[in-house]
Design a protein around this ligand. Structure first.
Ligand code: ASP
Ligand code: MG
Length: 433
């Protein structure tokens, strides 16, 4: 038998390149250079749709859904042109595989636009939008081949299995892990290209995992493969203690725990998708954030440990929240039945609750809900409660700072709700003038 002993089997590394990392031909070439390392390693590369093409495809969906086919096709045109331009700059104009891949995806989108969309908007959205990741992966495979790498292209839709919750699909872990292990060969070292953000629902239709979901995809593959690490290649030098665009004193955090990042991501730091941390923590896989612009920068390492010296104050801000205040009108106590009802209504309207205050007769919750669902949500809640609400609020979360009151951070803003425990201060406010 000519079997490789287990100890010599290549180990897996997972690398994720987001839209900003693959927005042009240089981005793909740079990714190829970063993956061009020797060693007995299987590299799994997760790519997002190029640049801002996901939003461009969302526009295509809106036009098609409203029955404006010509406008939908016109909106698709620049997306097509951007991919063709990158392909040509990569020297892939005559590459049969690349051209066949791009053509196949564009035909599928054109067909979806021509057909009557069907009754389910979210399903139609997924049918078109998920192809941004497929297109990008076709370019990545072509670019990597051009750079002389041993490349295998795989289809995430064959491996990531979910329920039918379109646009926010929930992973069927048992099936997904089995499929990943079955379909990804563990033989000679290579670079394996897959798509972030996408999968297949129960009936085999394409789904997406929620915006910015490619980080989560990287974690899913890493967990199934027991990978040695996940690296997120970003246009910043790591995770910062605040958004440098809003807080000039923000500093790079060299080391963070999964829990710390989970909190930051959940409360509005755009840097990593919050769903990424759970699978990595459970499998104990280190998450590395690195700059694709300067890979020699130290970046941020995320794992089980907090840094020995503790953390500096960490601030994150989330915008566009809705504060819903619910009152019982009949002088009865607010009980478990009411709270359970409210949260089941949230689930139905895909509403995420961030900050909750429960009083004797009233419940206040700061939520994020899509604008199209807001009216329906408030109406259904109105069947049980008297409802008041405030829109366009900010939620500021400050961790590891016990010195300052909310007013220190929000200046002339108007405070609506504040909560504080040993590590965390959170306040909901309306921005000042
Ligand atoms: N392309 C998707 C988005 O823009 C997924 C991702 O980038 O992670 O949201
Ligand atoms: Mg993206």
């Amino acid at each position: 038998m000519n079997q490789t002993p287990l100890s010599e089997s290549p180990r897996w590394e997972v690398h994720k390149f987001g839209g900003a990392a693959v927005k042009d031909a240089w981005g793909f070439q740079n990714a190829a250079a970063l993956m061009n390392q020797r060693g007995n390693v299987q590299r799994l590369v997760v790519v997002s749709a190029i640049g801002k093409s996901t939003s461009a495809l969302e526009q295509v969906v809106r036009e098609a859904w409203e029955g404006r086919r010509a406008a939908a096709l016109a909106a698709l045109e620049p997306v097509l042109a951007a991919h063709q331009r990158i392909a040509s700059e990569l020297g892939l104009t005559d590459d049969r595989e690349t051209q066949a891949g791009l053509e196949r995806e564009f035909n599928a989108m054109a067909l979806a636009i021509e057909e009557v969309p069907g009754p389910d908007f979210d399903r139609f959205y997924d049918r078109i939008v998920h192809r941004g990741e497929v297109l990008s992966s076709v370019l990545a495979a072509g670019a990597f081949r051009k750079a002389g790498l041993a490349v295998r292209w795989h289809d995430s839709r064959q491996m990531i299995h979910t329920d039918n919750t379109h646009r926010e699909a929930r992973v069927d872990w048992a099936l997904t892990e089995m499929q990943i292990r079955e379909q990804l060969p563990f033989a000679q070292a290579a670079v394996h290209v897959v798509q972030g953000f996408i999968g297949s629902g129960e009936d085999g239709h394409p789904v997406t995992l929620g915006l910015e979901g490619s980080d989560f995809t990287a974690a899913i593959f890493a967990k199934a493969l027991q990978a040695a690490s996940v690296t997120l290649w970003k246009n910043v030098a790591g995770v910062f203690s605040a958004d440098p665009a809003h807080f000039p004193d923000a500093e790079r955090l060299p080391q963070l725990s999964y829990l710390e990042v989970f909190q930051m991501a959940n409360y509005g730091a755009k840097v990593i998708h919050p769903k990424t941390m759970g699978p990595l923590e459970s499998a104990g896989i280190p998450l590395l954030v690195r700059s694709f612009l300067d890979p020699s920068e130290p970046g941020t390492d995320i794992g089980t440990q907090d840094p020995a010296g503790g953390y500096p104050p960490i601030r994150v801000r989330l915008e566009g929240l809705l504060l819903i205040s619910l009152h019982l009108s009949d002088l009865s106590y607010l009980g478990e039945r009411h709270v359970a009802h409210v949260f089941s209504v949230f689930r139905r309207f895909r509403t995420k609750a961030y900050l909750t205050e429960i009083g004797l007769m009233n419940l206040s919750v700061a939520v994020a809900v899509e604008p199209e669902r807001q009216a329906g949500l408030l109406q259904v809640l109105g069947e049980m409660f008297r409802v008041k609400y405030n829109e366009n609020l900010f939620l500021l979360t400050v961790r590891h700072d016990r010195e300052h009151a909310a007013s220190h951070w929000i200046g002339t803003g108007a405070l609506y709700l504040e909560q504080r425990n040993r590590q965390t201060m959170q306040c909901l406010y309306k921005a000042g003038q």
